[in-house]
Write a protein that binds this ligand. Structure first.
Ligand code: CA
Length: 230
């Protein structure tokens, strides 16, 4: 399957050129002409690399990275103006993986894209081996599946993230604030008791079904999964 690459670039000439070159290399190129559209597409996921111009209408490239990094670790390669040193520094600070300066040589850009894809693939292989276990329950991080024995437990994205966080931090009591920050994100404005609601969902799908007490409440503090069989 062709790797998809998102091009966020408002200069039509550059965007078209990149699209042609990338297609020629066997990538599937998708274009966005402003920051807002670029961010939206990027958040939908499925891209191997994102090429991101800095000076963009709507949202600038730095703001796109900042928002994207709250929920995605997709490799981002910035396209910056030759003299915009601050853009490069801020971009890397915000979580961009690399940059090229305009005007760029296409061969260099393609080489950097290949490096980013390889890096990402090797980190995913490492992640693939990450299986978290609690008694008969196994959580496969990369495959996004949870099993109890042979049963597959059907969890929503948030339920999965909540459970994963607890299993990664076995024996450590996590506060509601920590859950909010790590599962819902810093800009979540709602009540922290949403955590209690999700813990209740998880207990309904796991603890109650299998007669275990995996998720323990620590009154006044938060929740913990202890390293035992319940
Ligand atoms: Ca631009």
């Amino acid at each position: 399957m062709a790797s998809r690459i998102l091009i966020v670039e408002d200069e039509e000439k550059i965007a078209r050129f990149l699209e042609l070159e990338l297609s020629h290399e066997g990538y599937e190129a998708v274009k966005a002409a402003d920051g807002r559209e670029g961010l939206e597409l990027a958040l939908e996921g499925g891209f191997a690399v994102i090429l991101l111009d800095v000076m963009l209408p709507g949202l600038n490239g730095l703001e796109v990275i900042r928002r994207l990094r709250k929920s995605s670790d997709v490799p981002v390669l910035m396209l910056t103006a030759r003299d915009a040193v601050m853009d490069k520094v801020s971009g890397l600070d915000m979580g961009a993986d690399d940059y090229v300066t305009k005007p760029f040589a296409i061969e260099e850009l393609l080489a950097r894209i290949r490096v980013l894809i390889r890096k990402k693939e090797s980190s995913e292989t490492a992640e693939n081996r990450k299986t978290l276990v609690w008694g008969a329950l196994t959580l496969d991080s990369a495959g996004h599946t949870v099993r109890y024995g042979e049963d597959i437990i059907d969890l929503t994205k948030r339920e999965f993230a909540l459970l994963e966080l607890m299993l990664l931090n076995k024996n450590i009591v996590l506060s509601r604030e920590t859950f909010i920050e790590r599962v819902w994100g810093y800009d979540y404005m709602g009540e922290t008791n949403v955590v209690d609601v999700y813990v209740r969902y998880l207990r309904g799908k796991i603890d109650e079904v299998y007669g275990v007490s995996m998720i323990r409440t620590v009154r006044g503090v938060g929740y913990v999964v202890k390293d035992d069989k319940g």
